[in-house]
Design a protein around this ligand. Structure first.
Ligand SMILES: [Zn+2]
Length: 176
């Protein structure tokens, strides 16, 4: 399964494309949001561990759905209204961060997610205790190397295209 590092790398690529290099929000605050939102669906592992000692108990259920991404994106994009220290992030950006997790899990692993929950529910099977989860998060990150490399390439290509298109836009503006 993609791990926190892989999901975060995908989130950074989404941020790079979405912000078009014009992000006004604090970089560190945005980075914190990216980490939280791209990994939030896996909070079901933590809930399973706390309540049943098994990280797979609720895993890939409601938090790995389109509806969850929609609702949390709505919440996350409006939380700045209650607390001014929170960066103002738009709904689409928050939604893409959340749904990227679900899509990565669905595409890069063999076990299904509950994309259309509550119409479907595909919980993970088997047992995954504290030791297995901690080991996987801290020592299994190398498995996310593919996602990290691809995300890095997307950021690089996006910046290259953006850099080349700026003189083109300027030329058009001068002509007009
Ligand atoms: Zn997941």
């Amino acid at each position: 399964m993609p791990l926190p590092l892989g999901h975060t790398a995908a989130g950074l690529a989404i941020h790079d494309i979405h912000s078009k290099g014009n992000s006004t929000a604090s970089l560190w605050k945005t980075f914190a949001f990216i980490i939280v939102l791209t990994n939030l669906p896996d909070m079901d592992v933590l809930i399973g561990l706390i309540l049943h000692g098994n990280g797979n108990f609720f895993h890939r259920g409601p938090t790995h759905s389109f509806l969850f991404a929609l609702l949390i994106a709505l919440l996350a994009s409006n939380v700045w209204r209650c607390w001014s220290k929170i960066p103002k992030l738009n709904f689409l950006f928050c939604f893409l961060l959340l749904i990227s997790h679900v899509v990565a899990d669905a595409v890069l692993t063999s076990s299904p997610v509950s994309f259309w929950w509550p119409l479907e529910l595909n919980l993970s099977t088997g047992y995954s205790g504290w030791r297995e989860v901690i080991q996987s998060v801290f020592f299994g990150a190398f498995r996310d190397l593919g996602i990290i490399v691809v995300s890095g390439m997307i950021i690089f290509l996006n910046r290259l295209v953006r850099h080349k298109s700026i003189p083109l836009i300027r030329t058009r503006l001068v002509k007009n």
